[in-house]
Design a protein around this ligand. Sequence first.
Ligand code: NCD
Length: 430
Amino acid sequence: MTISQQAFLRDAMRRLNLTRDVFATRIGVKRRALDTWLLPEGSQEFRAMPEVVQRFVSEIVQNGVLLEKYTQSVQDGPLRDRIAVEGKHQLLSVDQFTRESVEDLFRVADMMQPIARRQKVSRVLEGAVLGNLFFEASTRTRVSFGSAFCRLGGSVCDTTGFTFSSMAKGESIYDTSRVMSGYVDAMVIRHPDQGSVAEFARATNIPVVNGGDGPGEHPSQALLDLYTILTEFSRLGKLLDGAHIAMVGDLKYGRTVHSLIKLMALYKNVKFSLVSPKGLEMPSYIIEQASRNGNLIEQKTTLAEGLAGADVIYATRVQKERFANEENEGYTPDFQINRAIIDAYCSPETIVMHPLPRDSRPGANDLSVDLNHDPRLAIFRQTDNGIPIRMAIFAVLLGVEGLVQHSLRDVTWQHPSHVGPDDSVFHGLE
Ligand code: NCD
């Protein structure tokens, strides 16, 4: 098998849209056996699946794909062409994706996991240079895009803020974009104005990735969030079709939730509960776009109404830096997601997410740190998934995803098995 057993099985379940239990029954094995086959290869309980099972799974997946082709006339061609914007290989909005293409991208991300987990190295982007242009505050997006590019063998050049860029001298987006195109092979841009990254993209033919355009979109964050949800659901034996997702906080200016709700709307019968302080509700143009495929969107004003029975709670920071004339001073304690709230309204299988950063200053009432040791808190599994997803984005946009598998070599350095002291036992999916 060219990909890892875990990636192979996860992909099969995703393509067949089956939970672990149903998949185990479908291939005639015990759920416990399937669980051990789904562990990472380095883990103690890992077992290799028999070759006959592997052949059988390949066969049913292939039959499923063929059937889909006949019934839905699936488009062919490289993924970069299928998600292209006006023929250009760029990532500006989640609107570029279909459910099929998003799952194709996740297959590439699965292939990147051994690199992200520091078991393998690859040099498929050797010689390529990334320009990271961040005109707004960022830690994880800027560093994880840079790290993802480096882990594929490329190099990164950074510029941060307006002060040290020629934009402070009045240079236009058009000129900046064209100049950078002569220096680098791809750009990631974060900028405070909605639509500005698309303007950068129009002025160049090199791949441009939207790292957040004001209150507009944050497509790479939504992709890693959805990837995290599907991975967590796979462990919990759930499907996204028919799930209940609660989004909490500043849904007006939070670009992560704008992208995420549109991306999740590619799935069927999802129930979204939107809970926000007054005046910070989700814009209606996004609600309209997301109300497709039989998805139900309910707006709630209290956590009690919105969280009951949720499979996922996605909390967000109040984006005070974007406030125009808002009265709101931030969260009141009534909007804080903390242990007591989760215990009162949710099940042991609810997962709690946040794009981070969370505001941990006294009185902020953002996602509480009292959940840090609770395995339902998925925020660091979420940030860790930023690496394979961003590697997949670069590999696809630069057309090297087909070279990755054969380029893998073992790492030479020693690394801890759990990178964080509070990582729960299954953080490494053990
Ligand atoms: C978010 C952003 O910048 O939109 N952060 C991130 O990229 N993970 C969320 C935020 O700043 O609140």
